[in-house]
Write a protein that binds this ligand. Sequence first.
Ligand code: AMP
Length: 414
Amino acid sequence: MSAGRLQAPRGTFDVAPTEARRRLRLLRIAEEVLGSAGYEPFETPVFEDTELFARGVGESTDIVQKEMFTFADQAGRSLTLRPEATAAICRAYVEHGMHKRPQPVKLWTWGPFFRHEAPQAGRFRQFTQLDAEALGSDDPSVDAELILLLAELLERAGVAETTLRLSSLGTPQTRALYLEELRAYLREHKDELSDDVRARLDQNPLRAFDADHPGTRAVMKRGPRLLDRLPPEDAEHFERVRELLDDAGQAYVVDSTLVRGLDYYTRTVFEFESPRLGAQSALGGGGRYDLLIEELGGPPTPGVGWAAGIERILLAAGGEDGGGDSRVYVALAKPDASRAGFNLARRLREEGFRVEMEQAGRSLRGQLKQADRIGAGTTFIVGDGIDVRDMRSGEQRHAADADEALALVRESGA
Ligand code: AMP
C-alpha cells in the first residue's frame, strides 16, 4: 500500500457542523411529524445476517445481487451492512413477538445505510435514511396516513415542488400473470420496438415503459397496464387509499409503470420526487408488503412503510443554516468579568438559549466579531453590569444584573 494521504472511503463523506445541524433539525421535525400519528422511535443493528436481506429484499434484486457490503465475522458467519430498513424491522417484529401488542405497531428509525453503488450527485455508498413502518394492519388508511406524513415532513423540511407517483401492484401472482401478458404483447409488436427493449424483453419487459424511442412509446401507449389487471379487492383497496389522499388535498400522479426496486411490495407503492435533484430524483418512497413478515418466519402480518433519503431531502431543500435567534454570545468587557460571564452563560442555557462565551483572550472588538460569526442575535457584554446588544441594529441597553438583562431580551422578542 502506498503512503498516500488518508481520505474518507469512496462514496462516503464527513458532515461538517453546519450540515450536521441541518440534519439534526430534520430529525426533530421527523420526531414531531411521525410522533403526531403514534409512530415510536426504534433502532436495529447496522449489520444483520446476510440471509435476512437475501430473503427479505429478494435474491433477484439489484441490491442483493450487486450492492451489498457483505463480510465474514471471525466465526465465519456471513454478515451484511444494512442496505435498507424494512427487513430488519420485520425481523425485530417477529423476534420480539410484536404481533401480541395492539396492532398496528408503528415504528420509525433513522441512521446510516450502505449500498455499493457507483457514487454520483445524491448517490452515496453510505447514506442516511429516515424510515417509517406500520405493521399489523391492511387498512388503506394506514397507507394514506404514511404517505401524508412523508408529504408533511418534506414540506416542513422546506422541499417545495415535490411530485408524488402512486400505483398499486396487486399480489405477486397478479404481477407474474401481467408480466407474461406484457411479454406476449411486446413480442407481437417486436418490429416496432427499440433494439434495447427487444433485447431485454424476456428479462425485464417493464423497461419498455421508460423508453424514449418513439416506436416503443407508441406501442406502450396501447399496451396492457398492471393497474387494469388488479383483482377486485386490490382495486378496491387502491380506490380507498386514493379517496383519502383526495380528501386531504394531496396531489398525486397515478403511474402504472412505477415499480420499486425491491421484491416484497404488494398493493400500494409510491414515490416522492423532486425536479431539483437531477438524475437521482427520488426523495423517498415505499409501499405495502403484506407477505414479507410471513416470508421471514412470522405469522401472516400485513405491513406498509417508506424510506426517505436525508441527504437528498437536504439537497432539495437547499438553503441556509438559519442558526436561529436563540443564539447568544457572552462577551467580557474586562478580564475579571470571566466568572460573572461564565455564570451568566450557564443561566442563559438554563433559560433555553444557545450560548457561547469569550474563551480565547480576544479584544472586545474581536469578541463582537466572533458573535457575528456564530450568528448570535444578542450579545451580553459583562462588565459593570451587563450591556445587552442587539446584533442586527447595534442598539445597546444597560441592565444591572442577569434578571434585568433577561427581561430586556424577552421584551425585544429575541
Ligand atoms: P429505496 O429504498 O431505494 O427507495 O430508497 C429510499 C430513499 O433512500 C431514496 O428515495 C433515496 O432518497 C435514498 N437513497 C437510496 N439509495 C441511496 C444512495 N445510494 N445514496 C443516497 N440516497 C439514497
